[in-house]
Design a protein around this ligand. Structure first.
Ligand code: SF4
Length: 363
């Protein structure tokens, strides 16, 4: 058996589901666990994990999709920049179809804007080298997982003496919104399946405040079906024992301290700031902006542009979905006016979006 096959082995997965069912059999109220990672959301829908769980365990999705939590205002700035004749916008593919207030990068590209999909910010640096008469802007969207490579691209551009490479930064950091959601009286979260990739960078210790201040158990969990169910079982066991601690189920990748090199590069290039999260609002210290010493690479500071007035998408429940308060199936537009081919909100666009996952696997 391949090393990873065991994490998808039907008997192991069924055994875990059986154990969770036995453990929770006597509960009168269901336990609600939130995953805060788009890849977990996808895995839960893809492998039909909810169908294996008893009614006493409820899984809800939180703000774990980086594209989904990026507010319209950021998109609108990117769109305004894309309309400048000497600008090349470079981005991961997920951002292309996300609707801003009145357009998307895909629509702007159809109208003649130079918008290119890249697989790494270093590809964007190469584009800047090859196009010295253009200003090349990389759309820096993501959590602690992608931010170090984007920081690396800024350091590379500086080393190369480039003056035409910029990042439009909208990086978010993960533990803060989990604190906000834990304090929300309308949302009773009994435990978190903590994000795996983010935790590889920040380490399991980053979640301790959730246990200490809010009494919420946390388990850093991997992405395979057996990982997720084992994470759920660990959360159930903590709840039944009246404990609230951080555990690392995904110990084959995640340590308590995280990745010190990645943390150092983040601290060098970025500085914490109060970021705006779609649906949640502005959270103190929950984002990373480019530090003053690298301001020359910051598209927002270096290339002033007029941004159109903000318009939200009428009827879209993305904000409530990102807080775990409703599911995609509660949205009247789901699968009708809003589909992956014709998305109304960001949650239907991104490959990590809850609505996209529900549309692909959950109907
Ligand atoms: Fe928004 Fe579409 Fe999801 Fe409804 S189905 S919440 S409109 S993204």
């Amino acid at each position: 058996m391949n090393y990873l096959d065991q994490f998808r082995d039907k008997e192991i997965v069924k055994g875990l589901a059986r154990r969770i069912t036995e453990l929770t059999a006597g509960l009168s109220e269901p336990l609600t666990f939130m995953e805060v990672c788009g890849t977990h959301t996808m895995a839960i829908y893809q492998f039909g994990l909810r169908t294996l769980l008893p009614p006493q365990v409820r899984l809800i999705s939180g703000p774990g999709c980086p594209v989904c939590v990026t507010p319209n205002g950021y998109l609108d700035r990117a769109l305004a920049l894309s309309r400048l004749s000497d600008v090349i916008i470079t981005t991961f593919g997920d951002m292309l179809r996300v609707p801003g207030s009145s357009s998307s990068l895909m629509e702007e590209r159809a109208k003649g804007a130079d918008v290119r999909i890249v697989y790494s910010p270093l590809d964007a640096v190469q584009i800047a080298i090859k196009n010295p008469s253009k200003r090349v802007i990389f759309l820096g969207v993501g959590f602690e997982t992608t931010a170090p490579t984007i920081a690396g691209s800024i350091l590379s551009a500086q080393k190369l003496g480039l003056t035409n490479y910029f990042v439009l930064a909208s990086h978010k950091t993960m533990p803060q919104p989990m604190g906000i959601l834990s304090a929300d009286p309308e949302l009773s979260v009994d435990g978190y399946l903590c994000p795996a990739h983010v935790s590889a960078i920040i380490g399991g210790n980053a979640y301790r405040f959730l246990c200490e201040e809010y009494g919420v158990p946390c388990v850093v969990t991997g992405f395979e079906p057996a990982d997720v169910l084992q994470g759920v079982e660990m959360l159930v066991r903590q709840r039944l024992a009246g404990e609230a601690k951080v555990e690392i189920q995904y110990s084959r990748v995640v340590s308590w301290e995280g990745n010190p090199k990645a943390q150092a590069i983040l601290a060098e290039v970025f500085t914490p700031f109060d970021a705006d999260w779609r649906g949640i609002g502005v959270l103190p210290g929950s984002g990373l902006k480019i530090a003053e010493r690298y301001a020359a690479f910051d598209a927002e500071r270096a290339i002033p542009v007029e941004v159109e007035p903000l318009k939200e998408h009428r009827g879209c429940l993305c904000g409530e979905i990102l807080k775990g308060k409703v599911s995609p199936f509660d949205c009247p537009l789901f699968g009708k006016a809003c589909t992956p081919e014709s998305p109304v909100g960001a949650c239907m666009v991104s490959s990590e979006g809850t609505c996209a996952a529900a549309y692909k696997y959950g109907r």
